[in-house]
Design a protein around this ligand. Structure first.
Ligand SMILES: [Zn+2]
Length: 108
């Protein structure tokens, strides 16, 4: 069950970051898997695909690094290292003017 909580937390962060940036989708996510997080790279990938279905991160490339240091402070956790977003291409003249438009698909 712990791993599901980790995934929910992680994908929530990713989705929030993408929505906040106005991204159309997440292209790449890099994470570090704590030595005691019970994840392997393969197992993490399975959960990621499952957890991101229907979100902006669906289909994103995942780069997971498995930590081996069980004494590390974050050994029980999965750390979100970096995230790459695909942003809509706006004409320069329209950038930063007018009220923000609501992000599509925010209702789930
Ligand atoms: Zn599992």
């Amino acid at each position: 069950m712990h791993e599901h909580a980790l995934m929910a937390d992680l994908t929530g962060k990713i989705q929030a970051t993408a929505v906040q940036a106005g991204a159309t989708r997440v292209t790449r996510v890099a994470v570090r898997l704590g030595a005691l997080s019970h994840f392997t790279v393969e197992h993490f990938n399975e959960h990621f695909v499952d957890a991101t279905r229907g979100t902006l991160a669906e289909g994103a490339e995942v780069v997971a690094t498995l930590e081996t240091e069980i004494g590390a402070q974050h050994a029980n956790d999965v750390l979100l290292e970096s995230i790459e977003l695909e942003l809509p291409e706006l004409p320069a003249a329209e950038r930063g003017s007018g009220p923000g438009t609501p992000a599509p698909g925010s209702s789930g």
